[in-house]
Design a protein around this ligand. Structure first.
Ligand code: NAP
Ligand code: MG
Length: 402
């Protein structure tokens, strides 16, 4: 008998090799076991083009209405893709559009298997990175100073009040200056999403910055996080989790000898840098999931990798492929578990656990796709095709549920 899912899940289809994998996962791992209504939005690049990207906006609104979505990787078109797919124009990144509408923060989480060793010996539990995706260096104004002169920071109040001028530097020759900003509203949204995620996953939360040097800018982040921590104190005590503020260099030093199992919240630049460090430390792109959390409590799950274009071209030529479907499968299990939690249907969340443990069980038996062969110990003698891996996962899941 199929397990009934109370509330619909928003499904966002995508492009290329991940679209192929998506259908296989749905047909062989999800729909045989769940009685679930999927509110379907096709975010494949041709449909985005046909609807002038209205489908992406509609999908975002559906996620904010229903609370949980699951998304396949999508093409962000550039000039080359516009030609390849005959598009009207280079539509913006769907993830950017979704993030904008949901006002969300992206959390990236590695999937760990016992027989895949991290590059860092102490890392035995996932280190999740939450990156603030607004402002700082990424919206900065740069200026190349051409000659000796005075550089100042000027603020002109809209109210017509007194203008503020601060000296940046008195240049005696050429140099560079930069103007950076952030807003309290954006930092507050980020902090809210971080605490919502940590509470949802029941993991400790770290935030690190450099407030000893940046006594106003970085200190503002620290203060907003502290206010959110104070406001959430009761919920955190109930969940058995803690909040820690650290200096960024201290956090970096500690992370290298920590077992993991926490959410590390990062300012924009730190998140850019450290998310790639963490991803490569844990192994493969095919084993990294991501979730967009809105401050209002909507969740959108996806794989952190792209559409795996090179493999798709092989697939189109009729050649066998060995693409890792694990991150896409975990996007589905993440969404299903969250739906079960929000609906208070533990049998639905338990299905998500079974799906994940079936897949991890296979990997731990040495049944893997090609990208994992070099990472798994002992080294497997052979590897599975894209479809072969999903079929074996389907068989393992059926055995588990029987
Ligand atoms: P990609 O899809 O992340 O793949 C880059 C390479 O990483 C692949 O060629 C493959 O290496 C390896 N790889 C990634 N995922 C894998 C998996 N599941 N299994 C096995 N190997 C995997 O990046 P891309 O091919 O450069 O980008 C393709 C498209 O994805 C672009 O149009 C980009 O806009 C889009 N994209 C979308 C998202 C998203 O929707 N979240 C994110 C990033 C990129 P080998 O070739 O060495 O096997
Ligand atoms: Mg980066």
């Amino acid at each position: 008998m199929k397990i009934a899912v109370k509330t619909p899940i928003v499904e966002l289809d995508g492009d290329e090799m991940t679209r192929v994998i998506w259908q296989l996962i749905k047909d062989r791992l999800i729909l045989p076991h769940l009685d679930v209504k999927l509110e379907y939005y096709d975010l494949g690049v041709k449909e985005r083009d046909r609807t002038d990207d209205a489908v992406t906006v509609a999908a975002a609104k559906a996620i904010s209405r229903l609370g949980v979505g699951v998304k396949c990787a999508t093409i962000t078109p550039d000039a080359e893709r516009v030609k390849e797919y005959g598009l009207k124009k280079a539509w913006p990144s769907p993830n950017g559009t979704l993030r904008g509408i949901l006002d969300g923060t992206v959390f990236r989480k590695p999937i760990l298997a016992k027989n895949i060793k991290s590059a860092v010996r102490s890392w035995v539990k996932p280190i999740v990175i939450g990156r603030h995706a607004y402002g700082d260096l990424y919206k900065a104004v740069d200026f190349g100073v051409p000659e000796a002169g005075l550089a100042e920071l000027v603020f002109t109040p809209k109210s017509g009040g007194q203008e503020t001028r601060l000296k940046i530097h008195e240049f005696s020759g050429e140099g560079v200056i930069q103007g950076m900003h952030n807003t309290d509203a954006s930092i507050e949204s980020f902090a809210k999403a971080c605490f919502a995620y940590a509470l949802s996953e029941k993991i400790d939360l770290w935030f690190a910055a450099k407030d000893t040097i940046s006594k106003t800018y970085h200190a503002r982040f620290k203060d907003i996080f502290a206010a959110e921590a104070a406001w959430r104190a009761g919920a955190m005590r109930d969940a058995g989790i803690t909040y820690r503020y650290m200096l960024i260099d201290d956090a970096v030093a500690q992370i290298m000898k920590h077992p993991g199992g926490m959410l590390w919240c990062c300012m924009n630049y730190d998140g850019d840098v450290f998310s790639d460090m963490i991803a490569s430390g844990f192994g493969s792109l095919g084993m990294m999931t991501s979730v967009l959390v809105s401050p209002n409590g909507a969740f959108e799950y996806e794989a952190a990798h792209g559409t795996v274009r090179r493999h798709y071209y092989e697939h189109l030529k009729g050649n066998p492929t060995s693409t890792n479907s694990v991150a896409s499968i975990f996007a589905w299990s993440g969404a299903i578990r969250k739906r079960g939690e929000l609906d208070a249907t533990p049998e639905v969340a338990a299905f998500a656990d079974s799906l994940e443990s079936s897949v991890l069980g296979l990997i731990e038996e040495g049944v893997v796709t090609k990208d994992l062969v070099a990472l798994v110990e002992p080294t497997p003698a052979l590897y599975e095709s894209t479809e072969g891996f999903i079929d074996k996962a389907a068989a393992a899941l059926s055995r588990k549920l029987a």
